[in-house]
Design a protein around this ligand. Structure first.
Ligand code: SF4
Length: 355
């Protein structure tokens, strides 16, 4: 059995997992807080549990401010967590910089939203990729081996011929080419996990698909576990195997992408899909659109995360709200239409189903 056969055979194996991941940011205290002797926090992420698997893409979908980028930064350990665990191959991992962080980053790499900001404008592509290869010990022992590794990286992200790009500066490349360089730099570590934070949202629509196809190709050829963070639920259906939905710092729905996008269970996921521009992303969306006024679909503003709503955080906007929703926090409940489909919503509580 070859190495790639072995990796393929392990497709689906859990690589990186979060359990009860929570991040609260302290709010700077004003005069009123000092007088009242109170400290407040932003509940950016509360009790997030997810598993990233070899050779699979997991989409994390939600509005701006829902906490999805904070989850990526927690998983990359750029942020320390308030509570919860991160497990890499089953072992709890907590790193705070230095050699331990570099060892972790060798296995878990992040791709940022803005490829221009993530590349230093005064350095060439050769500099960026050489640095990534050397930091992670993948630059070879000779100049020739380094050159070979540089060419392999650029070829892997379809920037060919590599010599055309190596000595260019970031501003000489298009947005899509810059994001490919950022992906190549991440691959320089030879990682097992890619955390891609809105990797195409700053690119022209015409080149987004090319970058998503590249990530999908890497998932299939290198058997990477990929977290794909996006506010565009339609792209999650196209690109991800599993889709998780976040609202106001909490995960509210999860399941395979086809089920979540075609038969959304949580009222917030339905709202997201009804607001998406692609009318084919959900069965019956035209009927649903006709049944709700635009005001219904807009559904008001996301809540304050300093004083989030009690019970279900979506209850002030929810068209299906019930008395218990503002009091009791709904757990993950099985929807029952497909394996692994769940929603944190009281509509799926056994005592509510069929009412
Ligand atoms: Fe709406 Fe209640 Fe479900 Fe929350 S728990 S989404 S308020 S029905």
């Amino acid at each position: 059995m070859t190495l790639s056969d072995t990796s393929a055979a392990r497709t689906g194996e859990a690589v990186l997992a979060a359990e009860g991941l929570t991040k609260h940011f302290p709010v700077r205290r004003g005069l009123a807080d000092l007088l009242a002797r109170r400290s407040r926090v932003v509940h950016a992420v509360d009790d997030v549990t997810l598993t990233l698997r070899r050779g699979r893409v997991t989409a994390l979908v939600g509005e701006s401010g829902s906490g999805k980028s904070t989850v990526a930064r927690l998983l990359s350990q750029l942020y320390s967590r308030t509570s919860g665990d991160i497990r890499l191959h089953g072992r709890i991992s907590t790193v705070r910089g230095g050699r331990a962080f570099r060892a972790y980053a060798r296995r878990v790499q992040m791709i940022f939203q803005d490829p221009f900001a993530s590349l230093n404008p005064v350095h060439t592509i050769r500099y960026h990729l050489t640095r990534a290869l050397r930091i992670h010990g993948n630059g070879g022992r000779s100049r020739a081996e380094l050159e070979q590794a540089l060419h392999a990286l650029l070829t892997r992200v379809s920037l060919t011929p590599p010599e055309r790009y190596l000595d260019k500066f970031p501003h000489e490349l298009s947005g899509g080419q810059r994001q490919r360089v950022a992906i190549a730099r991440a691959l320089g570590a030879d990682p097992e996990v890619l955390l891609a934070d809105e990797p195409v949202s700053m690119l022209d629509v015409s080149i987004r698909l090319g970058v998503l196809n590249l990530l999908r190709d890497l998932k299939e050829r290198l058997h990477l576990a990929i977290l794909y963070i996006t506010h565009d639920i339609a792209s999650a259906r196209y690109f991800a195997d599993e889709t998780l939905v976040m609202y106001a710092g909490r995960m509210v729905e999860g399941g395979d992408s086809e089920t979540v996008t075609q038969r959304p269970a949580h009222p917030y996921t339905r709202l997201l899909i009804e607001s998406a521009p692609d009318p084919d992303t959900i069965q019956g969306s035209a009927q649903a659109a006709a049944e709700h006024t635009p005001e219904d679909r807009a559904g008001g503003e996301p809540p304050s995360l300093i004083a989030p709503p009690t019970g279900c955080r979506f209850h002030p906007r929810c068209p299906a709200v019930m008395p218990r929703c503002s009091v009791e926090l709904p757990p993950r409940l099985t929807v029952g239409d497909a394996d692994g489909h769940w929603a944190a919503c009281w509509l799926y509580a056994p005592d509510e189903v069929g009412k």
